[in-house]
Design a protein around this ligand. Structure first.
Ligand SMILES: NC(=O)c1ccc[n+]([C@@H]2O[C@H](COP(=O)([O-])OP(=O)(O)OC[C@H]3O[C@@H](n4cnc5c(N)ncnc54)[C@H](OP(=O)(O)O)[C@@H]3O)[C@@H](O)[C@H]2O)c1
Length: 376
């Protein structure tokens, strides 16, 4: 029989134990936390530098319509300090049923602190060991749809044992983190559920975002170009991409709703979910739409300047330089299995909304009002 520490509070009868979330001061984590709190879950959060970041977290939750002060007061939301891989709390104020691990470094290339490997690989392994110490037996782990890197194969909803051909340190670190989680979940009495979003962008209805990477980098480059003499109205901007290339991105509210629904359904645990758009937008269509919104005529081109008489214009060179690290994701198609994801969508009667001009316009409009994430 497991004897509880007499000082350790118990969950009220009928209420589920607390969820423990990491990464809640980030884009995906804050929206997911808001969704879970709105559904009535009680949550413990681990944040870095809580003295400094507590108010930031409350502001992010307020953006999502959650009165967090009230939840803190009633004990339904708890903020603890924690940093991966080194600083995790010695004790927990409540029994925790599962960890929802969202924290991650989204750097593509290594920095002097050792990220993204330090957080995504070492940090995930350390978190799993810490969970063992605290008898927490379930994890919901946010990975990425791109752990298969440059592989031209259809990406299955399964964890590869051998390393795929990675394009950057981020993909490698996420694969390693996912593999730790999956191996841990194979041990008796443990459950690991893996969520693999493609690129996550703003809320479908409002465009709300706090992350301005992915397609926002290209949108911001077009916005800037329109206001400089690099833009020549008589010359279209040729965007280099394969003929069948597309960019797979999903709105954050759809991601949070799917994840929260899976978390709530134990029969859906223990699987991998490729949370990707079933009909990604062709790269050429994306830039035609964005070009119309910004008043920059964008045309699709296989390889501007490399194979014909017209060399790249200064505007094209600038655009290519600014969007260089996005290029692998928009210059060819990526194909993903969606069996488990479609099953959940059917069960909760929710599908990923289609990207059209008004929806992309809302993403751009919101990001433009937020100065593309920079200080005005
Ligand atoms: N955004 C996307 O398009 C996308 C797509 C696929 C997968 N993902 C995955 O989704 C997760 C969240 O991404 P995001 O876009 O929300 O990123 P984000 O906005 O940069 O947020 C990252 C979160 O992780 C925390 N964090 C980073 N390093 C940490 C460490 N060493 N210890 C503890 N916390 C740490 C950050 O805390 P601070 O606020 O203190 O920095 C922040 O709360 C990541 O695992 C990412 O790989 C994101």
């Amino acid at each position: 029989m497991h004897l509880m520490d007499p000082g350790e509070p118990r969950a009220h009868s009928g209420e589920k134990p607390f969820l423990l979330l990491t990464g809640v001061t980030g884009f995906v984590g804050s929206v997911l936390l808001g969704e879970l709190l709105q559904r009535g879950h009680r949550c413990v959060t681990l944040i870095r530098h809580p003295g400094k970041n507590r108010d930031r977290l409350l502001g992010l939750l307020s953006d999502r319509g959650v009165a967090a002060e009230h939840l803190l007061g009633s004990g339904r939301l708890v903020i603890l300090g924690g940093s991966l891989p080194d600083e995790l709390p010695r004790s927990l104020p409540h029994p925790v049923g599962a960890v929802v691990h969202v924290a991650g470094s989204t750097r593509f290339n290594p920095d002097p602190t050792g990220d993204p490997c330090r957080t995504n690989d070492d940090g995930t392994l350390r978190l799993l060991r810490w969970m063992d110490l605290h008898a927490i037996t379930a994890i919901h782990h946010v990975s990425t749809a791109y752990i298969f890197g440059d592989s031209p194969e259809h990406a299955p909803e399964a964890v590869p044992d051998t390393p795929p051909p990675f394009r950057n340190a981020y993909e490698r670190s996420k694969w390693r983190g996912e593999r730790h989680v999956w191996r841990w979940g194979r041990r008796p009495g443990r459950t690991a559920t893996v969520y693999r979003p493609s690129i996550v962008v703003g809320d479908w209805r409002t465009g709300y975002t706090t992350q301005f990477s992915g397609p926002y980098i290209a949108f911001a480059a077009l916005d800037k170009m329109r206001r400089t003499d690099l833009h020549r109205p008589d010359q279209p901007l040729r965007i280099a991409a394969g003929r069948d290339a597309d960019l797979n991105f999903i709105p954050v509210d759809y991601l949070a709703e799917l994840m929260a629904s899976i978390i709530e359904q134990p029969e859906s645990h223990g699987l991998v979910y490729n949370l990707v758009h079933p009909e990604p937008i062709p790269t050429s269509t994306l830039f035609e739409i964005a070009g119309r919104i910004f008043g920059v005529r964008c045309v699709h081109h296989e390889k501007p300047g490399a194979d014909g008489p017209a060399p790249m214009t200064p505007g094209e060179r600038r655009f290519l330089a600014t969007t260089r690290h996005l290029n692998p994701y928009l210059s060819r198609p990526h194909r993903f299995e969606r069996t488990n994801t479609s099953h959940i969508e059917q069960r909760i009667a929710r599908s990923c909304p289609r990207w059209d001009e008004p929806a992309i316009g809302r993403l751009i409009e919101f990001a433009r009002r937020r100065h593309w994430g920079r200080k005005p």
